[in-house]
Design a protein around this ligand. Structure first.
Ligand code: ZN
Ligand code: ZN
Length: 252
């Protein structure tokens, strides 16, 4: 049997730093999953149909299809044509996204997009196929701080999965925005207004765009991106995120 240097190295690293679940920190020795224990994995909740036609929130079995929006979005004006999120932003998903964004674990883009593929099992959930995938951009200062734009990494995986090309730098964030957590709806709208710009409108003129981000909270950031993209000629703008926060006050 050939012993590879890489295997010896990996075994040594595992002995020194035994793998722990990123959801609850329990030991992952003798478990197949590299990131989550069985319990945390079971706790992941997929957003189920019926979904709100405007914001993609799960509506539960007893609600009607509300044209004017569900409890999460009826008070906000959303400029995109539909949204879809794979799972709820809670428990292990919240931890994974936190590790991904703030602890520089870029490799988690893979496992996180696997959740999206599972949810997209039935195909693209929008009336028309997208021509481009565009990640929600980060301001350059934040991108330097973090080392990467999490939405762009996710977009690249999703683009490959759906067979749609990614356009990473046409939509840019020209103004850094404050954290939205402590702001009310109208302040949030004000906060993101004018934060984005399209560099080359000709590339998206008449095209359908699938906007990708990690979490959809109020939808106002994605909505502002959609407003700017449509102003530049985009025909339809849909939003796809890994997670959907349950209520408007939860934000990563
Ligand atoms: Zn766990
Ligand atoms: Zn809604």
């Amino acid at each position: 049997m050939k012993i590879r240097l890489k295997d010896i190295w990996e075994t040594a690293v595992n002995l020194l730093y035994p793998p722990h679940c990123l959801g609850c920190e329990s030991s992952l020795h003798r478990q197949v999953d590299q990131y989550l224990c069985g319990g945390c994995r079971k706790g992941i909740t997929y957003v189920q149909s019926p979904r709100c036609p405007r914001c993609g929130a799960g509506l539960g079995p007893y609600s009607h299809s509300p044209e004017k929006g569900c409890v999460y979005c009826k008070t906000v004006r959303l400029r995109f044509d539909g949204a879809f999120s794979a799972v709820y932003f809670q428990g292990a998903v919240k931890e994974l996204i936190h590790h991904f964004k703030y602890r520089k674990k870029e490799y988690l883009a893979g496992p996180l997009t696997t959740l999206v593929y599972k949810a997209l099992d039935i195909g693209v959930p929008f009336p028309e196929n997208p021509h481009w995938i565009i990640p929600v951009p980060l301001h350059w200062r934040r991108k330097v701080q973090r080392g990467f734009n999490q939405a762009e990494l996710l977009a690249r995986y999703i683009g490959k999965y759906l067979g749609v090309e990614v356009l990473p730098s046409n939509l840019s964030r020209v103004r850094d925005t404050h954290s939205q957590t402590s702001l009310g709806t109208s302040q949030r709208e004000e906060n993101v207004r004018g934060a984005f710009e399209v560099r080359t409108p000709a590339r998206i003129n008449g095209k359908n765009v699938l906007l990708v981000d990690d979490v959809l909270t109020t939808g106002l950031t994605a909505s502002e991106c959609a407003r700017v993209l449509k102003g530049a000629g985009a025909r339809m703008v849909y939003v796809l995120t890994v997670a959907r926060s349950v209520g408007p006050d939860q934000e990563p």
